[in-house]
Design a binder for this molecule. Structure first.
Ligand SMILES: [Zn+2]
Length: 150
């Protein structure tokens, strides 16, 4: 399961009662993305919640793909967001805290930690393969990215 399947809406019960529509707890579930994308019912949210929800939509659902929001861009952008936080020096618990402040989302610290470990291993594999192939530039970039995550 991808990390984006384990990102949850923090104040889910409150949101559901405000918009009077049932949505999954998972932020990247198809039905949740549809609701955000269409903006239906969002006017019923209290100001603080609506601001966070709109920030999320602006930051992750802003692509022009025809299949949006089911094109994979939202998930890819969110992975980049997590990796950027890590590159800024945040640990798994701080990353969970920041996503709560930014977007009212939460994840389990252990899931974020596994995601970061997996990303490091993937970059290691890219680096090794690129080295073997003599693609020094690719190897160099993978090494740089990996070092940012350590
Ligand atoms: Zn897209």
């Amino acid at each position: 399961m991808a990390i984006t399947d384990k990102i949850y809406i923090k104040n889910h019960r409150q949101i559901v009662s405000q918009i009077e529509t049932s949505i999954p707890k998972s932020a990247f579930a198809g039905a949740t993305l549809d609701l955000l994308f269409q903006g239906e019912g969002l006017a019923k949210l209290d100001d603080a919640t609506r601001d966070r929800v709109l920030d999320f939509a602006e930051d992750f659902l802003d692509c022009d793909c025809q299949a949006s929001p089911h094109c994979g861009c939202p998930e890819r952008k969110f992975l980049r967001y997590l990796l950027d936080l890590r590159a800024q020096g945040l640990g798994p618990q701080s990353i969970v805290d920041v996503m709560g402040e930014d977007y009212m989302l939460y994840a389990y610290t252990g899931d974020v930690r596994s995601f970061l470990d997996d990303s490091i291993r993937t970059l290691e594999a890219v680096e090794t393969l690129a080295d073997v192939d003599g693609r020094t530039e690719t190897a160099h970039r993978a090494r740089e990215k990996r070092q940012q995550l350590l």
